[in-house]
Design a protein around this ligand. Structure first.
Ligand SMILES: Nc1ncnc2c1ncn2[C@@H]1O[C@H](COP(=O)(O)OP(=O)(O)O)[C@@H](O)[C@H]1O
Ligand SMILES: [Mg+2]
Length: 290
């Protein structure tokens, strides 16, 4: 079986994100054309594609930061985009996901704790003392030492900044976590540690994760399924399924030298880390839905 185009959603699946017929364009530049994409509750969905293929723009559409030219977007059962406009209460809905933007995007003049407090102050009326306790909890959750809470981003390493961004994204106990190239700019050890953290958090907190990445090691280590943006649409499947996809970019990506190196690194690591992960990404014979 080969990967399917778009969502391939069978009946009865618990889809937390469903994008149908999406069209995004900037002037005459069409980025997505009749794109379908869906994510099941509790899975880690990777999102890859060449530079400029519209990965970040797809995330921005899904979280309602952009209005598509056509198509519908449903998230957590609410319609956020449709030809006549969405019907969801975005202020309520926004509390239910967290996002780590491509460039980390912490407020540089605020400490880590103050950064984590931003969504708490914006979306809740918790008293300050309780907000501070939640901050401490989130700092610990992402594996930062307590003293990191009182530092500003420039005083932290790249890896610690990513963790701080993750702590902020988790501030409101989201159901969905969106990550845009979370390991970009980290050295391989830092990237591997971030992947391991993400996998542990995902299973402990029962998160649904959508992660844009260029990092093949991350795809192998963390993702249950992968969506590839090609020709303004997505092809979705497990890595094993995508390897059978004839598209030249996909072939080169998964079966070129970097892909093979990542695959063998995964084999070497399998079973070696803390991995409470129960996803199907590592299974040699995953079945395809749809
Ligand atoms: N605000 C914008 N105005 C005009 N063009 C944009 C804007 N944002 C993104 N684009 C274009 O849309 C395409 C997809 O961008 P993006 O989603 O950022 O790519 P990537 O897959 O690398 O994340 C690119 O060609 C980019 O130049
Ligand atoms: Mg991007």
């Amino acid at each position: 079986m080969s990967p399917v185009d778009g969502n391939g959603a069978g009946g009865g699946e618990d889809l937390v994100i469903r994008v149908q017929g999406l069209r995004t364009q900037f002037g005459r530049h069409v980025v997505h054309d009749n794109l379908d994409f869906s994510v099941r509750r509790g899975e880690v969905m990777g999102l890859v594609g060449g530079s400029g293929t519209g990965k970040s723009v797809l995330l921005r559409n899904i979280v309602g930061l952009m209005r598509p030219a056509a198509g519908t977007i449903d998230i957590l059962g609410e319609r956020i985009a449709a030809p006549g406009g969405g019907t969801a209460d975005m202020a309520l809905l926004r509390k239910r996901w967290g996002m780590l933007f491509q460039d980390g995007a912490l407020f540089s003049s605020l400490t880590v704790a103050q950064n984590i407090e931003v969504p708490l102050a914006e979306h809740t009326d918790l008293p300050p003392a309780l907000r501070r306790e939640i901050c401490e909890l989130k700092v610990a959750l992402v594996g930062l030492p307590p003293e990191a809470a009182h530092k500003v981003p420039s005083e932290l390493s790249g890896g610690m900044r990513k963790r701080a961004g993750l702590a902020r994204a988790l501030a409101l106990d989201p159901e969905i976590l969106f990550l845009d190239e979370p390991t970009a700019g980290l050295d391989p050890i830092g990237a591997h540690q971030f992947d391991a953290l993400l996998r542990d958090l995902q299973s402990a907190l029962l998160l649904t994760v959508v992660m844009v990445t260029h990092d093949l090691d991350s795809l192998y280590a963390v993702c249950d399924r992968v969506s590839v943006l090609v020709d303004k649409r997505v092809k979705v499947g497990t890595i094993a399924e995508l390897e059978r996809e004839p598209d030249p970019w996909i072939q080169d990506y998964f079966l070129g030298p970097r892909g093979r190196a990542a695959a063998s690194a995964k084999d070497a690591l399998r079973g070696g880390t803390s991995g409470a992960h129960s996803g199907t990404g590592d299974a040699p014979q995953d079945t395809m839905q749809g």
